[in-house]
Each structure stands twice: as structure tokens, then as C-alpha cells.
Design a protein around this ligand. Structure first.
Ligand code: SF4
Length: 254
């Protein structure tokens, strides 16, 4: 029986797609972005975060797609009222593509829209297996530099090919660029990313300014947060980046 390694299930999410949603965080990711907001989702192993005051929260349990579908279906009226649905996130949900496909198929059968939030570093067959059931993709691109992508565990050739195939399949895809100071923030970085996106067939991009909201999780996991002293980009910096992106693509700052 297929089981999904779930980090946690978050109800009433408003930042993970349109409307009111439930986000199912899959556990496990091939990438290791040092700015990641969800470090508890990276390892496939169960983990406990220990916060000050003796509070601890555990992440990671195996659930069948049916169990998850029943759980998240409890809020179906909220999804219907606000144009929401269920978001598969993580970690990388498409690493567990068989479970993701089974879960999405069940939800689709109940009339619940499913969004997949992916970094795209998975075999194309992972996308093929979920394609019939996914309403919308959030597809993150972190850099156009193969060496930098490799430094965080990403294969730029595979990722760009997947993006191109996904866009040409007619799927609804929103390309999202986390704007990370010092990693992909120079004018040249921006232009290279734009060229990569245009070559893949993208017409628009969403820029996501870096923030440090996940930093307490690193401490709770006993890990060092490499971006603890990095300041979020200013409004002017983001406006300047958007100006460059807009030369190539319709661009929005989230
Ligand atoms: S791809 Fe996403 S989940 Fe994986 S390490 Fe990077 S930011 Fe975190």
C-alpha cells in the first residue's frame, strides 16, 4: 500500500495558493537551500523541534493517501467558499510522486483543487504521474547558474527541461523566484534567470523576497541558520529587480 511521508498538515493556510487551503507538507527534499523556511521537511526522518519553555513539536509520520484525503476533506466547504483547495508542498512533494498522484486523484474526485509546489528537481515521470490531477503548479527556480544550482543540490538541466515540458503540456504554472540576497540578486543573476525562463517558454514570474521567518526552526532543530544575518531586500531593491525581470517577463512581487 502506498504511504506518504508527511511532515505536517496545516489547515487554513492563506499563503500557499488561491483562497483558503490546507497544505500537506511532504517530508524529504533533494535540494538544500540554506535559506529554506521549512528545514524540518528536508530529511525524510521523523524530527522533533524543541522550542524554549519546553515546547516540542514532532514532524514526520507515514499516512496513506486515503487517510490524508479524509483528513483534508473536512474543510471542503471552506475551499468551495473561497476558491481554495489543497496544496502539496514540502520538502519536495514530487519525490513521493506515486503517493502524490494517488492523493491528488482522490481529491480531484471529490471536487477539491490541488496545487503542487515543486522545485522541479525530479524525473519527468513524476510530473507525468500527477499531471491529470493538478490544477496549478508553483515551480521554483533558484538560479540560472549550473554551479550554484549544484551547490544546493539542484540539477539545472533536469529542472529547466521539466519546466519547459510542463509549460508546453498546457499545465497552469506559476514560476516563482525566491529573491535571495547574495545568491541570485545581482542584475546579471536576474537577467540570466530571465533568459532561462524565456527559453523554457515562461511568460511571467513571481518574485518572492527573502525573509527570515523560518529562523527559529533552525534553532529548535539544533542547526545553524546560514542566513541569520542576511537582511531582507528593501522595497527599492525589489522594485529594481522587478524592472529587470519586466524587460523579459510579466513580473509580480509577492
Ligand atoms: S527546494 Fe524548497 S523545500 Fe527544498 S531545500 Fe529548497 S527551499 Fe527548502
Amino acid at each position: 500500500m502506498t504511504k506518504i511521508n508527511v511532515s505536517n498538515i496545516q489547515r487554513f493556510s492563506t499563503g500557499d495558493g488561491p483562497g483558503i487551503r490546507t497544505t500537506v507538507f511532504f517530508k524529504g527534499c533533494v535540494l538544500r537551500c540554506p535559506w529554506c523556511h521549512n528545514p524540518e521537511t528536508l530529511s525524510p526522518k521523523p524530527q522533533t523541534l524543541s522550542y524554549p519553555g519546553g515546547v516540542s513539536v514532532s514532524y514526520g509520520r507515514m499516512m496513506t493517501p486515503g487517510e490524508i484525503a479524509d483528513d483534508v476533506s473536512e474543510d471542503i466547504e471552506f475551499y468551495r467558499a473561497g476558491g481554495g483547495g489543497v496544496t502539496l508542498s514540502g520538502g519536495e512533494p514530487l519525490l513521493q510522486y506515486e503517493g502524490a498522484a494517488e492523493l491528488s486523484s482522490l481529491l480531484r474526485g471529490r471536487g477539491i483543487d490541488v496545487l503542487a509546489d515543486t522545485a522541479g528537481c525530479v524525473p519527468w515521470r513524476a510530473f507525468q504521474s500527477v499531471l491529470p490531477f493538478i490544477e496549478l503548479y508553483y515551480f521554483d527556480i533558484k538560479t540560472a547558474d549550473p554551479v550554484k544550482y549544484a551547490s544546493i543540490g539542484g540539477d539545472i538541466t533536469l529542472i529547466a527541461e521539466n519546466l519547459q515540458k510542463l509549460l508546453s503540456s498546457g499545465a497552469d504554472v506559476r514560476v516563482r523566484i525566491p529573491f535571495i540576497p547574495g545568491f541570485n540578486s545581482s542584475d546579471d543573476d536576474c537577467r540570466e534567470i530571465c533568459r532561462l525562463l524565456v527559453r523554457a517558454g515562461a511568460r511571467r514570474a513571481d518574485l518572492l523576497p527573502f525573509h527570515r521567518l523560518g529562523s527559529s526552526k533552525y534553532t529548535a532543530l539544533g542547526l545553524k541558520y546560514a542566513y541569520k544575518d542576511v537582511k531582507p531586500p528593501s522595497k527599492d531593491t525589489m522594485a529594481h529587480a522587478a524592472e529587470i525581470y519586466n524587460e523579459y517577463l510579466e513580473t509580480n512581487i509577492e
